[in-house]
Each structure stands twice: as structure tokens, then as C-alpha cells.
Design a protein around this ligand. Structure first.
Ligand SMILES: [Zn+2]
Length: 468
């Protein structure tokens, strides 16, 4: 009697949960969440405007350089992009120079005060930024002009041959004309054809190709990323078509969606939020030796790939994740043909930085990065040829904890590859998704320092290259 009553209540509770989940999914479908604009001031995509100040307000870009010894300071990548931009302009017959670049908080404060005293506050706010609200403080903005001086910092610059060339070509060097004509109601600024903002080639080109004139518009498109969560599984089939299998957050998958084609020649692929903008990105390790990143768009799809590693990656065995807790962006951990294990940090959400050796003797081992002991530091689960799964805990600072290694499972010689999943069995759940040699896809729940069961969640995955 008691047993049947309890099971009846459980059934009702389960139905209520299902109804709530369905309602939530309907709500998400009807009113899509907005893409979160980037607020990290070190990120080349940071959105700064009159309502979005820099955080911290007195931010100073870390890698400023004195461009061509002119006394105009800007971030290092911006400086080389300006040099290339001006070189391209010169080839087309235009001579351009820098009029203004980095301005500190205090310099912007003095400039803004000067405008307020001269024109009054309303006009000052239309033509100038308050301190802590200026793109010039990011080190990513450059005001350019004709070296002959015509139309300097004036709207007519856009009608000069040099200004027209800039508007048509800046994206090829990673710049956008940040305050275009006719968008004052969106940007808060009058037309400034001279004010270039560095965002990197992939984003600048994407904005150009899609005809999205401002960053404000770009970052307010409805969120519908191709890979929605860490419960999804991305996989390329033998024809090179890349698919996403969305986790339904109830222990299974929703129908797969097609992401793209051309994914043959892959050694391995990974899903990671490479630039920490809240949208999942793809990392491709190619048999040609290149390592490329496809930044995901909040609205779905991916930007053109950027190369983050030029050569030699075909002989590396790697995994991707937030290996260092002090680092904002996920990096790469992997070993070379000599068995030396390295950590490659990703300092800016773009190219990799200098690698650091963290171990030796790793030949032939399979790697899975996951937080096994649930201490919010990624660990390395290492498969030996015997099938023993060995736990290498990390110290969260790029290295392993010095301790005797512990075997946490066996039989892993039947696992081809595995990766960490989050939310697969519902909010807050953690686990591993593993592909077995017989083509089955297996989910293993993770508790703290132990596995919670094992179950088959798919079959016929043998020909699919699962992204880890
Ligand atoms: Zn400017």
C-alpha cells in the first residue's frame, strides 16, 4: 500500500517536472536569450560605449607598444595591424598616418573636461567619451588620417580617396569603422570615418560580409549558437560533415543538426569556448599539422577559421580545456612524439602563447581532461595500454599535484576517446561521454572522486569522429 502510494506520487512529481521543462523550452524558443556582449577589456571583442564602461574603469592595456616610434601607443597586435593596413593603403596609392591612439583614463578625463568647458556637457557627450568609457582607453582604437592632412578628424575624411579605401578595406586587417554614418542612435556617436577599432580579422570580416554595421547590433542578435551546451556532442562523419547532437539535458540527445562540411583530414577536434564569450567554439587539429579555431557566433554558425598553431601539430596528442585556473581562456595540453607533455596557454582568446613542459614519458597514453575530484581544477585521466585509467590531479596552476598516481577505473582499452560533459543528465550533473571500439557511445556520471554508473547512450558511432 505504502509502496504504490509512493510510486504514484513519484509519477505525479515526474509529470510536473516534465511539464515545467517543456514550458521552459517553449519560453526559450519564443523569446531567445540575447548574446552576451564581451566585457573582458583584454578581449579584442570588448564592447565599450556610453552605457558600457570599461571594467575596471581605470583599465590599462597590458601590452602597449609605441607604434613606429611616433609616440602613439596601442596594443601590440593593433600596432602590427596598423602597419599592415597602411602598407595596403600605400600599395593602393594612399598615404595614411595615425592621428591619435591610446589615451589613459586621466588623459580622457582632461579631454572630456576641455570639451565640457568649451561646448557644454550635451555637445561634449556627443563628440567625446567620459573617462572609462572611451575605446581609446582599450588600446584597440586608432584615429587615422591622410598624411597630407586633408579632413583630419572631420566627416569629410570619409569622402577622401584614403578614407574611402579605409572603409572598403579595413576589415581585411581586423578593423571596423566603429561609428558609421546614420547610426548615432545606436553607437551614441556622430559619424567618425577616421575612428578605427581593432576587433581582429574574423569578426571584422564577418560584420562586413553580413552587413552588420555596429558592434552593438552584432552583439544583440538572438542567441542560437550551433553548440548550445557542454551536454552536446559534435562529431564529423566519414564524408566530412560536422554534426551537433544536442544534449536534451535528460540523459539523451535531441535530433542532430548539421554544422558544416569539409571536416575531413582531421586528426582530432575539440569543443571549447576559446575566447570566453559564452559561445562554444571548435578547435581542429589537422593532419596537415595546423591547429585552427572556429569561433562560434551567438546567432549560430562559425567565423572563418583562425590558425592558432602553424605546424607540427599532426604528431601531437592533445586535449583542450581550462587547464590553468588563473588563465581566462582555455589552452591546450598535449605531448609530442618524444613523449614530453606541454601546456600551451591561450593568453588572449586568439593565438597560443609559449608552451611550458610539464612532464615526460607520455608516449602512447590517451588523455581526457576532466575535474575528477570535483575541486574545480581540471585533472588528467590517462589511459594506459593495459586499459587502466590513472588519475593525474592538477594543482590548478598548470602542473600536476605531486602524489602517488591512483587507478580509478579499468577496461579503458575499449574506449577510443572520451570527453567531459556537463548537464547531460540535468542541471548540475557532470560526467564523461566516451566512444567505445564497438561504436557505442557511453555516458559515465561523475561524482566526487568516483564514477556514478555507466550506460549506453548511442550506437553506430564507429565512423564518427567525436569532438572532445
Ligand atoms: Zn577616436
Amino acid at each position: 500500500m505504502r509502496a504504490s502510494r509512493e510510486s504514484g506520487l513519484n509519477g505525479a512529481a515526474r509529470r510536473t517536472v516534465v511539464v515545467v521543462i517543456v514550458l521552459l523550452m517553449c519560453l526559450i524558443g519564443v523569446s531567445p536569450a540575447r548574446a552576451a556582449p564581451v566585457s573582458d577589456p583584454n578581449n579584442y571583442w570588448v564592447l565599450v560605449n556610453k552605457t558600457r564602461p570599461l571594467n575596471p574603469l581605470r583599465y590599462v592595456p597590458p601590452d602597449r607598444v609605441n607604434w613606429a616610434g611616433t609616440g602613439h601607443w596601442m596594443r601590440r597586435d593593433v600596432a602590427s595591424a596598423v602597419t599592415q593596413l597602411f602598407g595596403g593603403a600605400r600599395s593602393a596609392g594612399h598615404s595614411l598616418g595615425v592621428v591619435s591612439a591610446y589615451r589613459s583614463y586621466d588623459e580622457q578625463a582632461a579631454l572630456y573636461d576641455h570639451y565640457v568647458r568649451t561646448y557644454g556637457q550635451t555637445e561634449a557627450d556627443r563628440i567625446s567619451a567620459r573617462p572609462g568609457h572611451s575605446e581609446h582607453q582599450t588600446g584597440l582604437a586608432v584615429d587615422v588620417g591622410n598624411t597630407a592632412g586633408q579632413c583630419e578628424l572631420a566627416g569629410c575624411f570619409g569622402d577622401t580617396p584614403g578614407g574611402r579605401w579605409v572603409a572598403a578595406n579595413a576589415h581585411r586587417y581586423g578593423f571596423i569603422v566603429r561609428y558609421p554614418k546614420g547610426y548615432t542612435h545606436i553607437t551614441g556617436y556622430t559619424y567618425e570615418p577616421w575612428h578605427l577599432r581593432y576587433v581582429g580579422v574574423p569578426l571584422a570580416t564577418d560584420m562586413k560580409n553580413r552587413g552588420i554595421p555596429t558592434m552593438e547590433q552584432y552583439f544583440s542578435v538572438p542567441a542560437n549558437p550551433s553548440i548550445r551546451s557542454a551536454a552536446d556532442v559534435a562529431a564529423a562523419d566519414s564524408a566530412g560533415t560536422l554534426w551537433n547532437y544536442p544534449g536534451n539535458l535528460q540523459g539523451g540527445f535531441a535530433p542532430r543538426t548539421r554544422i558544416g562540411s569539409g571536416w575531413t583530414g582531421l586528426k582530432s577536434g575539440f569543443v571549447a569556448d576559446w575566447n570566453s564569450d559564452g559561445v562554444n567554439d571548435l578547435v581542429g587539429q589537422w593532419k596537415t599539422g595546423r591547429l585552427t579555431v572556429y569561433l562560434g557566433r551567438a546567432s549560430g554558425g562559425f567565423l572563418s577559421p583562425m590558425t592558432v598553431g602553424n605546424a607540427g601539430w599532426q604528431s601531437m596528442t592533445i586535449t583542450v580545456g581550462k587547464w590553468h585556473n588563473g588563465h581566462r581562456y582555455p589552452g591546450v595540453v598535449g605531448y609530442d612524439s618524444a613523449g614530453t607533455l606541454f601546456y600551451y596557454p591561450n593568453p588572449s582568446g586568439a593565438a597560443l602563447g609559449a608552451r611550458q613542459a610539464i612532464g615526460g614519458g607520455w608516449q602512447g597514453l590517451k588523455l581526457t581532461m576532466a575535474d575528477f575530484d570535483n575541486d574545480r581544477r581540471e585533472d588528467m585521466l590517462v589511459t594506459r595500454a593495459t586499459g587502466a585509467l590513472i588519475l593525474y590531479r592538477s594543482n590548478g596552476a598548470g602542473r600536476f599535484v605531486s602524489e602517488p598516481r591512483r587507478q580509478v577505473d579499468s577496461g579503458w582499452n575499449a574506449i577510443v576517446q572520451s570527453h567531459a560533459a556537463a548537464g547531460f543528465d540535468g542541471a548540475g550533473t557532470r560526467g564523461l561521454i566516451a566512444k567505445a571500439t564497438d561504436g557505442r557511445l557511453i555516458y559515465r556520471g561523475l561524482g566526487t572522486n568516483k564514477f556514478l554508473g555507466s550506460r549506453v547512450v548511442g550506437s553506430g558511432w564507429g565512423s564518427l569522429s567525436v569532438f572532445r
